[in-house]
Design a binder for this molecule. Structure first.
Ligand SMILES: Cc1cc2nc3c(=O)[nH]c(=O)nc-3n(C[C@H](O)[C@H](O)[C@H](O)COP(=O)(O)O)c2cc1C
Length: 185
């Protein structure tokens, strides 16, 4: 049976390179992985009062339940001021609470970061890894995926134009499939 992987895209814009990358990765993944993008754009900002009062927003509850049902997690993110975009950090925070009820723990994960810049959003990639380590997500160490030059990466249909990059990403997804199989509980 294939493993279900939740994909979180750190950009909310329609023409996002990261969203295009998420779709491309879904196409490149081996059949043992089934990728599904989970929307993070409508989650109210985390406020612990709502949990303490026992009245979490419906969107939080639905998101927590949805994430819990997946076998693994894949983050595809740009970099905002050398760190994780606020929308993605909020989603991580929402699903990590209430205290002791985090739905992230032990879900095998991987990070792909994408930027038009040369450094491939390295800063966001590693800040994200820091949170994931704390949340007990076994994050695939290798290969690392810092994808720069995103403005030149896709054709009009969102396909990756560079053969070497496509090969690298296919290999990345194959290794992730092995990682998920090895770290599944
Ligand atoms: C608030 C903000 C901060 C940004 N900071 C960075 C940055 O630190 N490093 C970087 O490479 N690009 C940065 N960018 C540019 C993004 O990489 C660029 O907008 C990219 O297209 C966003 O990803 P997307 O195409 O998936 O939306 C920033 C963009 C915004 C809106």
């Amino acid at each position: 049976m294939s493993k279900k992987i939740a994909v979180f895209v750190g950009s909310l814009r329609k023409e996002s390179y990261n969203l295009k990358m998420a779709h491309a990765l879904a196409g490149l993944a081996p059949p043992s992985l089934e990728l599904e993008i989970v929307d993070i754009g409508r989650l109210p900002l985390y406020n612990q009062d709502y949990d303490d009062e026992g009245k979490p927003p419906e969107a939080w509850t639905a998101f927590r339940q949805r994430v819990k049902a997946f076998d693994g997690v894949l983050f595809v993110t740009p970099e905002h001021n050398r760190s994780v975009p606020a929308a993605l950090k909020n989603a991580i925070d929402v699903a990590s609470r209430p205290y002791g009820k985090s739905v992230w723990a032990r879900k095998p994960g991987a990070v792909v970061s994408v930027s038009p810049g040369a450094m491939g959003a390295f800063g966001a990639n590693h800040h994200l890894r820091q949170s994931l380590v704390f949340l007990d997500v076994p994050v695939m160490q290798q290969p690392e995926a810092y994808i720069g030059g995103a403005a030149q990466l896709f054709d009009g249909e969102g396909r990756i134009t560079n053969e070497k990059t496509r090969e690298f990403l296919a290999k990345f997804m194959e290794t992730f499939a092995t990682w998920v199989a090895r770290n599944s509980s």
